[in-house]
Design a protein around this ligand. Sequence first.
Ligand SMILES: Cc1cc2nc3c(=O)[nH]c(=O)nc-3n(C[C@H](O)[C@H](O)[C@H](O)COP(=O)(O)OP(=O)(O)OC[C@H]3O[C@@H](n4cnc5c(N)ncnc54)[C@H](O)[C@@H]3O)c2cc1C
Length: 398
Amino acid sequence: MDFSYTAEDDAFRAELREWLDANLPEFMASGEIGDENNPDRRTMLRRQAWQRCLHGGRWAAINWPKAWGGREATVMQNTIYSEEMARAKTPGIYNANGLWQIGPMILRWGTEEQQQLWLPGILNADVHWCQGFTEPEAGSDLANLRTLAVLDGDEYVVTGRKIWISTAHLAKWGLFLVRTDPTAIERGVKHEGITALIIDMELPGIEVNVIRDITGGELFCEVNFDGARVPAAYRLGEENQGWNVAMGTLANERVGTSGLSVSMRIELDNLIATARKNNPEALDDPGIRDRIARLWTQLELTRLLNARALSKILKGEKNWPEVPLAKLQWSYLSQTIAELGVDILGATGVLARGGPDAVDKGHWSHNYVWQRYTSIGAGTTEVQKNIIADRAIKMPRR
Ligand SMILES: Cc1cc2nc3c(=O)[nH]c(=O)nc-3n(C[C@H](O)[C@H](O)[C@H](O)COP(=O)(O)OP(=O)(O)OC[C@H]3O[C@@H](n4cnc5c(N)ncnc54)[C@H](O)[C@@H]3O)c2cc1C
């Protein structure tokens, strides 16, 4: 790890800190938004308001061109951005998918007309977007997807089923991957024959069913297509080029884990502070003390791992195998902190959200189950281990 910040990087950090100091406290003090009885909806409305506030300061889409309200941020500035946002504990973003993955793809692959149609709504948080890739038989093996799109005149007729699509029930638009050449599967080239379509979620022939997750939240959906007619003008990139479009979006998803090591460190600090207040004797337990020390050490290791990946990128080298290793560290550590959270608080640690005695509004019990997602999202643990075994350790294949 050998890098230093340029004067521009320091100025970028200073400007962001100044903006956050001037705007975040006021936003946080502005209180709850929306229907008190629906926490998912309340969260989304708050995210929408926060994204609009960010956009007002030109801090929503830092990687977008300046002409589109962005800053054309460098890799280093992306790292600074994610660290500062984590440090300031900013709220989530309404169109995270749209700003970080779909928007950049529309900028890369979209026509001028498509850009004018979709980019303003993503930026201003006027409409919500979802990303529809996964199917019952196409998750880790995404190229196996079979939702069929058949060109009929100037429309694609779409039939099939997508699953685990986050917030599809709230979305006006979605970027979907569909199969336009089914023979590609039989020919053993399943990555070919896939097309990226942008779909209006209000079209006839689309049914969205919400799936309740382990936390009780309702943000996942199953999306069924039954002959939905999508204008061919809404295709992103060429027909059968969808894999290239998708790989661009997934590559964007894998950048910027450095903020996660900052937020996990803050989470551990918060946990120790809450234990001091709610169950201080737990901190005398040698087993708990050992777990805290191990976690702290692992978090520091992960921070350095991210820094090493960054210095490789800055030198034009491949950030390999640091990226899959950091992904594994993230899922392992966020789950380990979540488990410690419940153990350290004793019996009160499991009291759920909404109960009068729940510690920190039930954050720790919620976190205990929610963090399980980190071994699936952004590439499952087993698949990351396969990649490391195969390409980094070069273990023989059976
Ligand atoms: C919080 C969250 C949000 C999501 N949001 C979206 C979204 O908005 N849009 C979207 O399209 N999808 C979304 N997904 C779905 C996600 O992309 C898939 O869950 C993921 O790709 C894994 O696919 P799967 O669930 O079908 O599991 P599978 O791929 O079927 O895997 C099941 C198990 O088998 C293991 N496995 C699979 N292949 C191998 C192998 N070759 N070797 C060893 N083990 C293997 C996996 O590690 C896993 O443990 C989301 C998932 C989560 C958890």
